[in-house]
Write a protein that binds this ligand. Structure first.
Ligand SMILES: Nc1nc2c(ncn2[C@@H]2O[C@H](COP(=O)(O)OP(=O)(O)OP(=O)(O)O)[C@@H](O)[C@H]2O)c(=O)[nH]1
Ligand SMILES: [Mg+2]
Length: 456
């Protein structure tokens, strides 16, 4: 195994374990709590590049008494010119003299055993002497150190002071990284910074960067596909009811629950893609606005919208009635319909809308998901996706689906109505449809799927 190994060190409660969780995309790594001394042992995780290469990361307990430790390290070999590594080794060899510094000793071993050090800084803290001493101790190990400025959101005011202090101790490279408000570009900056400090490992890290970018893009693409697909499923679904209250309300219930289930499934998959747990989500059911939308397939508007191309004079007013009657069984035939072209058009109507026409004859009603619900559905997924992309795996609060969105037409694709119309014309596109025969149109479905993905 060609490993590159990093020790994650820092003051107690600075966010070391949180950094591990976020980089490893593992919300269950170690233990995170808002108190000092949470991590008691060194624990490792790895980012695999391929079967023979990985970046190993080691979490360590927090440094608590660096002032005493530095004092001890300095007290050795006072009259000799001895370097830092020897001081650290001497301390570890005489550890039994310092039972109160067991945690610190684990950190010192990690400094000596790894190729590089992330020194995690809680930016909310003022620059105190103890941090100065921690950095001094780190410098004894003579390993490249990348200070990781953490809590960037709340600690803005202290950034400048910290940078100055780091520079005075000769640490000029640093990265900013918030474990809760995650930015993928910041993660890449960590690896890029490592490249500048570890010339021998430049190619190794270039591979890691490429891989992480690829994974990020692939994850995003898969997520877009899930969302676009959910839209098609929900917008195409069409339930059929008999023309009475009881049947209609029973079908509305079924329709609602199938759409809710489809949404829950999509949410679950999105969480999995971004490696979050179902437990990270605050449960909230899809609010269904009006229950269902009734498809008036036979309004002149809809017939045109759904792609029925009739001659101009037929498409207007009574002409449509004639068209339907003819398609159904040729009962009425107006003077206008006598030309050959019109008969051809009516034949295609009959072929394409066979199911609908049969339903019309039998007095059936069609129920679809209403526009407002579809908008909520779409925007909820988009909000969730954005949330997942900006969420660190150290976040302890829950992801809220509800109230996370302001429904505004601005956030919808410009061609929303056209996408909706297309879906409603093709009930066979929806796997939620139990009642429609699956026929034709998969290519068009794929085209629409791609169009929708490009809207995200
Ligand atoms: N808002 C915010 N909270 C963070 C960040 N990093 C860590 N935390 C929180 O800070 C607290 C301490 O985080 P840990 O990761 O346990 O810190 P640690 O350095 O491993 O602590 P010890 O193991 O005790 O030394 C937890 O409540 C985290 O949720 C961050 O970047 N932003
Ligand atoms: Mg910890």
């Amino acid at each position: 195994m060609n490993d590159l190994s990093v020790a994650v060190v820092g003051h107690a409660n600075a966010g070391k374990t949180s950094l591990m969780r976020t980089l490893l995309r593992d919300s269950e790594f170690g233990e995170v709590a808002d108190q000092a001394g949470t991590t008691r042992h060194v624990e490792g995780g790895a980012l695999l590049i391929d079967e023979s290469k990985r970046l190993a990361l080691f979490d360590t307990p927090g440094l608590e008494d660096s002032i005493a430790l530095l004092h001890i390290l300095r007290s050795y070999f006072s009259d000799q010119n001895v370097d830092g590594i020897e001081r650290l080794q001497y301390f570890l060899a005489h550890l039994s003299d310092y039972p109160e510094l067991q945690q610190e000793a684990k950190v010192l071993r990690a400094l000596l055993n790894n190729d590089l050090i992330f020194y995690v800084i809680d930016l909310r803290e003022p620059v105190l002497g103890k941090y100065h001493d921690e950095l001094k101790i780190l410098s004894y190990a003579t390993k490249p150190v990348i200070p990781v400025l953490n809590f960037t959101q709340q600690g803005q005011d202290n950034i400048q002071l910290w940078k100055e202090q780091l520079a005075r101790l000769n640490f000029h490279a640093y990265v900013s990284f918030d474990n809760v408000h995650f930015k993928f570009s910041d993660e890449l900056k960590i690896y890029q910074k490592m490249q500048t400090l570890l010339t021998d490992k430049e190619d190794f890290l270039a591979e890691l960067i490429t891989l992480r970018q690829q994974q990020w893009t692939e994850t995003f693409n898969s997520a877009k596909q899930l969302v676009a697909n959910l839209f098609i499923e929900a917008a195409s679904v069409r339930y059929q009811a008999d023309d009475n209250e009881a049947s209609i309300s029973a079908q509305i219930q079924l329709l609602q629950s199938s759409v809710r289930q489809a949404e829950a499934h999509c949410v679950k998959q999105l969480l999995q893609l971004y490696q979050f747990r179902q437990a990270d989500l605050q449960n909230s059911e899809l609010p269904v606005q009006q229950g269902a939308w009734e498809l008036d397939l036979f309004s002149a508007d809809n017939l045109q919208a759904f792609g029925i191309k009739l001659g101009g004079h037929i498409a207007k007013g009574a002409g449509v009635g004639i068209a339907i009657d003819l398609a159904v069984g040729g009962i009425t035939l107006g003077v206008a319909a006598l030309s050959g072209g019109v008969v051809g058009a009516l034949w295609s109507v009959k072929q394409r809308y066979y199911n609908e026409i049969q339903a019309k004859i039998k007095g059936k009603r069609y129920l679809c998901v209403d526009d407002a619900t579809l908008q909520v559905l779409w925007l909820r997924q988009l909000t969730l996706l954005t949330t997942l992309q900006q969420r660190g795996h150290a976040s302890l609060d829950k992801i809220a689906l509800k109230n996370a969105i302001e429904i505004s037409a601005d956030n919808l694709p410009n061609k929303w109505n056209s996408y909706l119309r297309k879906c409603r014309a093709y009930p066979q596109w929806s796997a939620l449809n139990l009642q429609q025969r699956g026929v034709a149109g998969p290519n068009k479905r794929d085209q629409l799927l791609e169009q929708l993905m490009s809207e995200i």
